[in-house]
Design a protein around this ligand. Structure first.
Ligand SMILES: Nc1ncnc2c1ncn2[C@@H]1O[C@H](COP(=O)(O)OP(=O)(O)OP(=O)(O)O)[C@@H](O)[C@H]1O
Length: 376
């Protein structure tokens, strides 16, 4: 049976803004197994980066108002900043969206890589780190050799030259490869890849994604891809979590999600894939709700072509509709998929089959199976 590496449970994040409290992340649940590649997909502003920052420990505790982020059996939210920092890089690493802002322009690639190998990129050393570095007996020459090897692994053809270059001297594709090399240097068990190819042209993006795919497979690294593009998620991940306005509205293995998308938002995203050049979520009219005054029930109801009065009155908790497939939409009401929702979701609602399933054998709720807890 697959072993869980990361479990995010009932995560709530809010921000104080001039317009009031923005309830951005509203009860997010998902899991990632060891060696698995999963994606978190949704349009811009839906809360992907805030979720990831919560996992990385880059948000102040006050903003995370509830939930658990269990990594290897331990709730990361209970750790001190120092303990979180120790896990970053060595255990959990991240490739940022924009290589130009993620790389330090005044240091060479090599200097940045050696910093990571020595002390995870921090130039301000604690006494303990300094001692650890002294006793590790690894010399700068060893670090240099390791860094150049890593640059060769990301298929940079002149690794020594790139090692001595400043970021501004490299092309966009090369900088993205350098970022991948830096993220993998400390051999993390878990990698978060935040739109790793978005800043590149389509051909270079495809090459970078293929390369990343090979590298993580060789190393058995678990990866969470963050993307607005379901087409990219299909290429790179085995499991997809679709996010809308700070909630996971559908989760399924990639093949299952593409074969049988259920949530109207997922279907809209799928329909918009060919027209993505015209904008993210181009197939769905309307905008994300205002997080300082979000809808009380379904956050998608205002944009949903199938919304009924129920949708603005009763929260649609996630329902399990097939093995590993959950959806939070009243069109699929049945048993709650998570223990924590069961007491809140006793009322079964029948508002008919989803229109795209009319004529099929599946009836609303009839294919729902109890899950007993986990989100997948
Ligand atoms: N520090 C903050 N203070 C107030 N609001 C914030 C803060 N950080 C994020 N937000 C808001 O949270 C919402 C979700 O933002 P987030 O960056 O997570 O979206 P995203 O899905 O990652 O989008 P993108 O694909 O553009 O990166 C946005 O409305 C954003 O303005």
């Amino acid at each position: 049976m697959a072993e869980t590496l990361l479990e995010v449970r009932n995560l709530h994040v809010q921000f104080d803004t001039y317009d009031g409290v923005a309830e951005v992340i509203n009860g997010v649940d998902f899991t990632l197994n060891r060696g698995e590649t999963a994606a978190l997909v949704g349009e811009t502003g839906c809360g992907k980066s805030v979720t990831v920052k919560s996992i990385m420990g880059l948000l102040p505790a006050a903003e995370i108002t509830a939930g658990e982020i269990i990594y290897k059996g331990q709730d990361l939210l209970e750790l001190s900043d120092a303990e979180r920092h120790a896990r970053r890089g060595r255990e959990i690493s991240m490739i940022m969206q924009d290589p130009m802002t993620s790389l330090n322009p005044v240091l060479t690639v090599g200097e940045q890589m050696i910093d990571v190998l020595k002390w995870q990129g921090e130039r301000r050393l604690s006494v303990t780190d300094w001692l650890r570095d002294k006793v590790s007996r690894r010399s700068d020459a060893d670090h240099r050799e390791r860094a150049i090897e890593m640059l060769a692994d990301v298929e940079i053809s002149a690794p020594e030259r790139v090692f001595s270059s400043y970021p501004v001297e490299l092309s966009g594709g090369m900088r993205q490869r350098v970022l991948i090399a830096i993220a993998l240097l400390s051999e993390p068990n878990f990698l978060i890849a935040d739109e790793p190819g978005t800043a590149l042209d389509v051909t270079t993006e495809a090459k970078v994604l293929d390369l990343l795919d090979e590298l993580v497979e060789d190393r058995n690294t678990s990866v969470l891809y963050i993307t607005h593009d379901l087409g990219v998620a299909r290429e790179v991940s085995e499991f997809i979590n679709v996010m809308y306005a700070g909630e996971i509205i559908e989760q399924a293995p990639t093949a299952e999600l593409f074969a049988d998308p259920e949530h109207p938002y997922t279907r809209g995203l799928l329909e918009s894939i060919p027209t993505l050049s015209s904008g993210i979520g181009g197939g769905i009219e309307g905008h994300l709700p205002d997080y300082t005054d979000p809808p009380a029930a379904c956050r998608f109801a205002e944009r949903c072509p199938h919304a009924e009065s129920k949708c603005s009155e009763v929260v649609p908790y996630p329902r399990k509709t097939a093995d590993d497939h959950t959806v939070a939409c009243h069109l699929f009401d049945g048993e709650a998929a998570h223990d924590r929702h069961q007491k809140l979701a006793q009322e079964r609602v029948d508002i008919g089959s989803p229109p795209w399933r009319e004529g099929s054998e599946t009836e609303t709720g009839s294919d729902v199976v109890a899950d007993g807890g986990a989100s997948k």
